[in-house]
Design a protein around this ligand. Sequence first.
Ligand code: G6P
Length: 616
Amino acid sequence: MVCGIVGYVGERSALDVIVDGLKRLEYRGYDSGGVAVVADGALASVKRAGKLANLEKALAEYPLPAATTGLGHTRWATHGAPNDRNAHPHLDALGQVAVIHNGIIENFASLRAELEDSGVTFASDTDTEVVAHLLAAEVAAGTDLADAMRAVCRRLDGAFTLVAVHAATPGRVVAARLNSPLVVGLGDGETFVASDVTAFIAHTREALEMSDGQVVEITAEGATLTDFDGAPVPEKRYHVDWDVAAAEKDGYDYFMLKEIAEQPRAVADTLLGRVNDAGEVKLDEMRLSDEELREVDKIIIIAAGTSYYAGLVAKYAIEHWTRIPCEVELASEFRYRDPIVTQRTLVVVISQSGETMDTLMALRHAREQGARVLAICNTNGATIPRESDAVLYTRAGIEVAVASTKAFLTQIVACYLVALYLAQVRGTKWGDEVVTVLGDLAAMPDAIASVLDEMEPVRELARSMASATSVLFLGRHVGYPVALEGALKLKEIAYMHAEGFAAGELKHGPIALIEDGIPVFVVVPSPRGRSVLHDKIVSNIQEVRARGARTIVIAEEGDETVVPYASHVIRVPVCPTLMQPLVAVVPLQVFACEMASSRGFDVDQPRNLAKSVTVE
Ligand code: G6P
């Protein structure tokens, strides 16, 4: 589950703060929303299936009493359909406790049976509701709400963020986390808990990090942290270095468009300060010694979704520059195949959010096997970097659209920096070669910007194809993962059947799909250096074209050989083969975005998908 969570205690209208916070968390993806406030010794709650607008409408019809303590939730359904009754908050039978939850309580069935045996009637199909009843029973027996939360947490298996309020204790919100995100915001006379800082960034940039297995009690004055047994834990405060403007659309119609446009800046930021005056890569935050890196005999990249495709691109560079064998594995598959991992294996986990449960579980498995784990992540202080031996932040800035764009580019660049660093430490590349590649990387922000300047024809193309039923993508070498990513983007937001193939595989099956008028994108490698590859893909274009495909060819400036076989040519600047994905994927992102909007879909929040998937 990737629900959005907000809890508030302060002097302002809790409802206003909470609804605003939930709106800022909308990007996480959700299917229902709800709020509860504590006023005059009672709880008042409203919840609705669908978008927050439904909740706001209900709140206008049934106004809640004025209150300064409350909590709110956007739900992404796991246990129980996305309807009003399964929406959070969940209350106990007497309406004394309200609770919201992100994650999955794995032992909920036995807890529910136990509660039902004792006469409790359930009002929903959720795993969450057991917590409301368990908390209420503890409090009814005289236990303080925070102690009750600790006692209940000790009984729960699974992953959860929980936030609760009690009718008899206005001015207090209690929250807990285990394997699910939660941060505390420290304002002036007001305190927040939330899934991430976006929810309270408009009010405060001072935050408190929470680790797994902790409970926090917030009041208007501040926060008290303990572990699940009640022992105090040290506070880790930090200052959020971006502001509310960064979390807004900045004049673009969609976050996705804004984030596509931000790619030159994002790539530049990934490189910033990571090359010293001598032209060497310096990764101070690596926390892995040169000795450890020299011992590495295998690299395994683990990730999910778009991050996985960034890993597939990185493999080509890593093996080429370092000569270390590199595997790329889907996070959800990794630990189930008994992978061969030793102390000399460097596991690189790539995750934009740093919270993807599949990736986190794979990371933990790798560490248990003794591997060293390096995280490439975009979210400071997220669980994945915290649990890794080393971290390289991509610095793409917050990515709000569910479909990942700038994170993808910066993940590739971050992987390349790691590869160059390894090559430097292990001496598999001469210093001047490293300098040359770093120069190529430094030129990429301008190259990406020049592609972005020429995107109107791509948008027109998308509009002209809005009624297509299927789109294919072909590539070879690093163009192959680019093709996969192009297809994924289209599936994610335009809900179209789309497939990416290695162009050489065409003859082994996919060519049977080619029929009159089917759009086929082809990512063409540079004719320079990789001429054999280039010639082969030109033949592939001819093959599909001869069978009636509408060929959309992404090719380097000046490559005229493709023109006779292309229905449309999209030009990308001349750059070294390994850099080409950074420019070639951009038209595919723009194409998907325009396709989704011309088909009338919600570009930023596609159906069934979520930005950060915190379940396995
Ligand atoms: C979800 C998102 C994808 C993303 C994937 C991995 O499925 O919808 O856009 O690529 O998770 O996310 P991560 O945060 O680990 O990179």
